[in-house]
Design a protein around this ligand. Structure first.
Ligand SMILES: [Zn+2]
Length: 335
């Protein structure tokens, strides 16, 4: 079901060549996506030229952020390093990660137009890294694939991400979307940048509706703000260069621009009365779809884990036992 390590390596190597080739053609890159005003772009270019990926005065930004943001309690559980199970969230263990890699992010979609409610980085309050950004969403908002790719996982994890989707992209990034209320895709499904993949929610370790969004390169969590400019709803550059030594410091985030964007977003999207979604219960007793159609390679265990339920519950609901042979296309009640 998943790429073998060899294949991952091969596809990475191919992608490096493809991305390197597109670097050469940077000036002639397609301009199909929304671009920033020239002056703003120039500022980014200057920053990049002067400071590389370790731009922006980190301490100042952190202090400012701590005064600005009310920290959402982050997932206490890193699905890549701790969530090890048969579905192998971190399928990159043991694979050699290149020192640097150019990643083509020119064909993108914003996962959601919401502003940042909590940035990437170390959180003193919880003594943990926050490995993504939190974006303002309402329960039921459409969440979109950031790049072209293939859905790798849809799962439930009650101690952190709630219902979450992992998409592996053709540019070698993976993106993670957490705290969802409903899946709109299934594992192994191909998606294009901008395709709806889920609805926003408040599942897992979350105190209010938001999208936890991560950008990973071979398991390494890159600051999504180093790639995306959320205040301007665009990417900073067409090519993001991953650097194994500095990826955790890579950032390109203006708290002020975010605050201005947040004010604009709030005025255009007045807060809705929050109606608790029946599918956003924290215990995982409910699921995104009431009926599941059995697919090739499914087992009761896989179906239960992907849909936030248990084998015992599935058996009871459907009048079957753990030894019942599943047919492809068989309908199973999930709740
Ligand atoms: Zn988060």
């Amino acid at each position: 079901m998943f790429l073998s390590q060899n294949n991952i390596l091969k596809s990475s190597i191919t992608a490096v060549f493809v991305a390197a080739a597109s670097l050469i053609n940077l000036s002639a890159a397609e301009t199909s996506n929304v671009r920033l005003p020239g002056q703003h772009l120039q500022q980014h270019d200057d920053l990049l030229a002067n400071q590389g990926n370790t731009a922006i005065q980190l301490d100042q930004a952190t202090k400012y952020l701590e005064s600005l943001f009310m920290d959402e309690e982050e997932p206490e559980f890193d699905i890549y390093t701790e969530g090890w199970d048969s579905q192998m969230v971190n399928c990159y263990a043991g694979v050699a990660v290149p020192q640097t890699a150019p990643i083509d992010v020119s064909h993108y979609a914003m996962p959601h137009p919401g502003y940042i409610t909590s940035p990437y980085g170390y959180r003193r309050r919880f003594r943990r890294m926050h490995k993504g950004v939190d974006l303002k969403v309402n329960v039921g908002d459409t969440i979109r694939a950031a790049f072209d790719g293939k859905v790798r996982l849809t799962k439930f994890e009650r101690r952190g991400y709630g219902y979450y989707v992992v998409v592996r992209h053709t540019n070698d990034l993976e993106t993670v979307y957490g705290h969802l209320s409903k899946f709109l895709v299934e594992p192994d499904q191909y998606v294009k940048a901008g395709d709806p993949i889920a609805l926003g929610g408040n599942t897992g370790r979350s105190t209010g509706p938001h999208l936890h969004f991560e950008t990973r390169y071979m398991g390494y969590a890159i600051n999504p703000c180093a790639i995306f400019d959320f205040a301007n709803q665009t990417t900073h550059t067409d090519i993001y260069t991953f650097d194994k030594n500095t990826y955790q410091k890579a950032r390109n985030f203006s708290p002020q621009a975010n605050a201005e964007y947040a004010a604009k977003y709030r005025s255009e999207n007045p807060p809705k009365a929050y109606v608790p979604d029946p599918s956003s219960k924290k215990k995982g007793s409910s699921s995104s779809a009431a009926v599941y159609s059995v697919k090739k390679g499914d087992s009761l265990g896989k179906i239960a884990s992907r849909n936030g339920t248990t084998v015992a519950k599935l058996c009871k609901l459907n009048g079957i036992t753990t030894t019942t042979t599943l047919r492809i296309g068989q309908k199973l009640k999930l709740r």
